[in-house]
Design a protein around this ligand. Structure first.
Ligand SMILES: [Zn+2]
Length: 227
């Protein structure tokens, strides 16, 4: 039996993916391995949180939106995307919708957000460094950005090539028709800045038995904190 840290239910996870991965999909909330890893980190970081949090979530996954928007007394949940029309399936109650925000030019005040979450967003953005610096700008001094990106563990440096522009070429080189790069082992170096710290957390910090139970595979997440 598996356990999903997002919906909190026990069930048998289902296979998922073009090349099917076992223990991948939670049948209750439809979360995948990487969603559960990031949500688990979020829970650990804010385990003893006892104040109202502003949580800004880019490219919001429904499984996160359902649980974060349900904790209204603790969390002011702000799901956002440049194309909010793609998120009609997310229902937040009281007629609230996913808001339109550009992750590289966030229309929110400085020092106003406690948590920014963005899974697999940066690889779609021309200026991925701007996304991180903008997230840091809107974060409170005590705030954190948690983000993940698709990566190739066999690459020392992130692979970008401005000549690769067609959907077909991008699929071949970067793994998806709308990806602009494939990250390598240099993510911390790539985003290095005087304005914040960035650290990498691997899912292998969890014991094998916990990862198996929660259906979490090898993954990396980045924790960014304003200096
Ligand atoms: Zn679930």
């Amino acid at each position: 039996m598996n356990y999903c840290p997002i919906c909190g239910e026990e069930s048998e996870f289902l296979p998922f993916g073009l090349i099917q991965r076992q223990n991948a999909l939670c049948p209750v909330c439809n979360s995948l391995e990487r969603h559960r890893f990031v949500y688990f980190l979020y829970q650990i970081l804010f385990m003893n949180n006892n104040f109202m949090q502003n949580v800004l979530h880019f490219a919001p996954e429904k499984c996160f939106a359902d649980v974060l928007s349900s904790k209204k007394s603790m969390i002011n949940y702000l799901p956002a995307d440049l194309y909010p029309e793609n998120y009609a399936h997310i229902r937040l109650g009281s007629g609230r919708k996913v808001i339109k925000l550009d992750a590289c030019n966030i229309d929110l005040p400085d020092n106003s957000v406690d948590v920014v979450i963005a899974n697999h967003l940066a690889e779609h953005l021309e200026d991925d460094k701007k996304f991180v610096s903008e997230s840091v700008r809107v974060l409170k001094k005590s705030g954190v950005l948690i983000f993940t990106v698709p990566f190739d563990i066999n690459r020392d440096t992130t692979y970008e090539n401005a000549d690769i522009v067609t959907e077909e070429e991008r699929r071949i080189h970067f793994g998806q028709e709308d990806h602009l790069r494939i990250y390598g082992n240099d993510v911390q170096e790539r985003f290095k800045s005087e304005a914040y710290t960035i650290s990498q957390i691997e899912s292998t910090v969890l014991p094998d038995s916990s990862r198996e139970k929660m259906g979490i595979v090898y993954d990396r997440a980045y924790i960014v904190r304003p200096k």
